[in-house]
Design a protein around this ligand. Structure first.
Ligand code: DAH
Length: 370
């Protein structure tokens, strides 16, 4: 009869000494496999008398359980050791380039719009909006456009078909109609308002938005973007207008050297009206603000026409103000050197990859806002 104690001691010692999982598995097969030592011992039980079996059975089963438990313990220990050694050996190669990933880009117009809004917001302007589909009154009449003014004609304006009341609405040709909405809202709070915050004078708003004209060449697209500005208060004069625009231009172009000039112009809704030019250098491929001796037109502006104030129920002897209108896309072209305005809205992803901006942008150094 096999000496169980010796066998158990021998197996336990070999199990404890098993260097790896393969060696341990070999011992398991040798002891507990179908024809292993212990399995063979179990088979002998059948040949014993019941009395012998009562004595031998528990011994052999005990031996089997002890060996199985020793194997399980050693297996767990070997697995932990193997994992520890792998963790110690394996390192993540941080220099490995990640697989290419398609990232969305911020459209330059939206980037420029955000930058402009951030600068004006810091100067204390509130944001107002109006509808893209306007009526003749807000887009033209209330803004003092004479009845036969060429801007009302077909070649500029996208007119909509007559509605059931016989009225022809239009796609707004500029953001200036929101001046009217803001001024009227100030006078009558019951008007259905598009204006974000209710505005009574003093008013200080900017109006970013889409505008439309039937026009297409390198510097014009049928849809484009403007930011309108309107300030109404007592004792407002052109000095305020000049300071506001100079400050904006300096912050937007991130330069302290800004030289500007007013050039007389005509807009029906301002008197006097001007275009503001900024001194720049156009000798190279792109335009450099704050250097050189060229002038470039950058914004239309003026003092709000008394008729506009009267049309909105304000007394021009009490209230004055200034207004201005920037072409956002145009400003973006200048700041970021994009040659053709039409590319901005062609929807070419390669163009966007090149000219677009990361959505995770550092704050604007001029304003601290992102
Ligand atoms: N609405 C004008 C345009 O689209 C731009 C403009 C000029 C706006 C002068 C103004 C302004 O508010 O005062 O051409």
């Amino acid at each position: 009869m096999t000496d169980h104690t010796t066998l158990q001691a021998d197996l336990t010692a070999r199990i404890a000494a098993a260097a790896d999982l393969a060696a341990l598995e070999a011992i398991r097969v040798e002891a507990l496999g179908k024809t292993g030592w212990i399995s063979e011992l179990l088979k002998t039980l059948g040949r014993l008398t019941p009395d012998e079996r009562r004595v031998e059975g528990p011994k052999i089963n005990g031996l089997r359980d002890a060996v199985a438990a020793a194997i399980a313990d050693r297996k767990a220990a070997l697995e932990t050791a193997e994992l520890d050694s792998r963790l110690a050996k394996e390192t993540v190669d941080l220099s490995l380039p990640p697989p290419p990933e398609r990232r969305g880009r911020v459209h330059p117009t939206m980037q420029v719009m955000d930058e402009m809004i951030a600068v004006f917001a810091e100067m204390g302007f509130a944001l107002a909006e109006g509808p893209d589909i306007e009526d003749d009154f807000h887009n033209f009449t209330a803004l003092n456009f004479p009845p036969k003014h060429p801007a009302r004609e077909m070649h500029d304006t996208f007119w909509l078909p007559e509605d059931e009341t016989g009225q022809r609405k239009l796609l707004r040709t500029h953001t200036s109609p929101v001046q009217i909405r803001a001024l009227q809202q100030g006078q009558n709070h019951k008007l259905p308002g598009w204006i974000a915050s209710s505005q009574t004078p003093p008013i200080r708003i900017i109006v970013p938005g889409r505008t439309y004209r039937s026009d297409s060449d390198a510097t014009h697209t049928p849809m484009f973007h403007q930011i309108e500005g309107l300030v109404i208060d007592r004792n407002i004069h052109m000095g305020h207008l000049k300071w506001t625009l100079d400050t904006f231009i300096s912050r937007f172009f991130e330069t302290s050297v800004v030289e500007t000039r007013f050039r007389p112009h005509h807009f029906p809704f301002t008197e006097p009206s001007a275009e503001m030019d900024v001194k720049c250098d156009r000798s190279g491929g792109d335009v450099k603000i704050g250097q050189g001796n060229d002038w470039m037109e950058i914004v239309g502006c003026g003092m709000v026409h008394p008729n506009v104030l009267t049309n909105c129920g304000l007394d021009p002897d009490e209230w004055q103000g200034f207004a201005f209108g920037f072409g956002v896309d145009r400003l973006g072209m200048l700041k970021y050197g994009m040659p053709d305005l039409r590319d901005m809205f062609a929807g070419d992803v390669r163009w966007l990859d090149h000219f677009g901006f990361s959505a995770f942008q550092a704050p604007n150094p001029a304003t601290g806002l992102s």
